[in-house]
Design a protein around this ligand. Structure first.
Ligand code: THU
Length: 130
């Protein structure tokens, strides 16, 4: 895990729009060519419209035409590291595949997983065959 990816996630976290939860999240995804796309969580008074940092980072990359990814990082100031939520796991699996996910917090704890461990027996296009 390059420090550049974590650094980008921490920088994006500074822009978190988290006035309702007070829980600021930063994420950064690395494309196969090494480019980094970052995101923060963006909340809304209609709470269900909230978008997680991971998805914002992935939407940014996808909208720039990126289709292959190497890894993703998620950072928070929580006591224990923050793994991606269920919705983000589905999106990471769909668009990034079986990449490593690294989560870190402000005290420097770090944990990594492979996507197939975070989302076993995933529902994806292979399961749409009739
Ligand atoms: N959140 C993320 O951005 N990523 C995660 O992996 C977990 C949760 C956000 C959503 C919401 O804005 C806040 O954290 C509290 O759930």
């Amino acid at each position: 895990m390059s420090t550049a990816l974590l650094d980008a996630a921490w920088k994006a976290r500074q822009n978190a729009c988290c006035e309702y939860s007070g829980f600021a999240v930063g994420a950064a995804v690395e494309a196969s060519d090494g480019r980094i796309y970052s995101g923060c969580n963006i909340e809304n008074a209609s709470y269900g419209l909230t978008v997680c940092a991971e998805r914002v980072a992935i939407w940014k990359a996808l909208s720039e035409g990126v289709r292959e990814f190497r890894r993703i990082a998620v950072v928070t100031a929580a006591e224990s590291v923050t793994p991606p939520c269920g919705a983000c796991r589905q999106i990471i699996w769909e668009y990034c595949g079986d990449i490593p996910v690294t989560a870190s917090n402000a005290t420097g704890d770090r944990q990594s997983w492979e996507m197939h461990d975070l989302l076993p027996d995933a529902f994806d296009c292979a399961k749409l065959k009739r």
